[in-house]
Design a protein around this ligand. Structure first.
Ligand code: GSH
Length: 209
């Protein structure tokens, strides 16, 4: 399997961490959505990351669909998301808040990056930040132990960990101060896992200048 995308993307990273956690072998094509858009369009018509190219050439796009495939591959006994029931519903809600937070943080990053000083819409930025912080607060309140659900590491922890890693990299001001302490503990626990260490963004995985 070939994972397409760079690890500064929390969506790519959550797929990579899941692959490592499951012990599934993969290689990576670290092309950029921005500087390699033509090559990317041949893989994913949306010109987005991640994509996962399977060994028979089939291409999966979207991190949720890719992780669903990986869960099916390892089977319910090993999958980080339960197949059904109240625990699954709860976990999917946590993951929705975490990926929603990624989307809001991403909107802030793109607004600043593509409009530049003077062109940035401050009202839009402020709205995104309120939405992002709302999701962080909601998640923080639900983290009552080391992990979110049933005292064990799950896809809710993994995706939230990937989201927090992205915030630290791209919008660190949101994590400044003494707020979201439980989430910060979760981030530290995630970043210490071998699966997270194996999927750390490298210094050359940056937004285009
Ligand atoms: N829902 C998608 C979101 C993927 C996504 O937003 N990827 C970003 C990088 S973090 C991207 O490709 N951005 C470039 C663009 O949308 O133009 C998923 O879960 O894979």
């Amino acid at each position: 399997m070939i994972l397409v995308g760079q690890y500064d993307s929390p969506y790519v990273r959550r797929v990579a961490v899941t692959l490592h956690h499951y012990g599934l072998f993969f290689t990576r094509n670290p092309i950029s959505v921005f500087t390699d858009a033509t090559a990317m369009a041949k893989i994913n018509p949306l010109v987005r990351i991640p994509s996962l190219v399977l060994d028979d050439g089939e291409v999966l796009i979207d991190s949720a669909a890719i992780i669903d495939y990986l869960d099916e591959t390892v089977g319910p006994a090993h999958a980080l998301t339960p197949r059904f029931g109240a625990e699954r519903r709860h976990m999917l809600q946590l993951i929705a808040a975490a990926t929603g937070a990624i989307d809001k943080a991403g909107a802030m990053v793109y607004e600043r990056h593509f409009h530049g000083a003077g062109g940035v819409n401050e009202d839009w930025l402020a709205r995104c930040r309120i939405q992002l912080e709302g999701a962080l607060q909601w998640l923080d309140e639900r983290l009552t132990g080391e992990w979110f659900v049933s005292g064990r590491f799950s896809q809710a922890d993994l995706t939230t960990g990937a989201m927090l890693g992205y915030l630290r990299l791209r919008v660190p001001e949101v994590l400044a101060g003494s707020r979201f302490l439980r989430l910060k503990g979760l981030a530290a626990a995630c970043e210490a896992l071998p699966s997270f260490i194996a999927a750390r963004p490298s210094a050359n995985e940056v937004m285009p200048g």
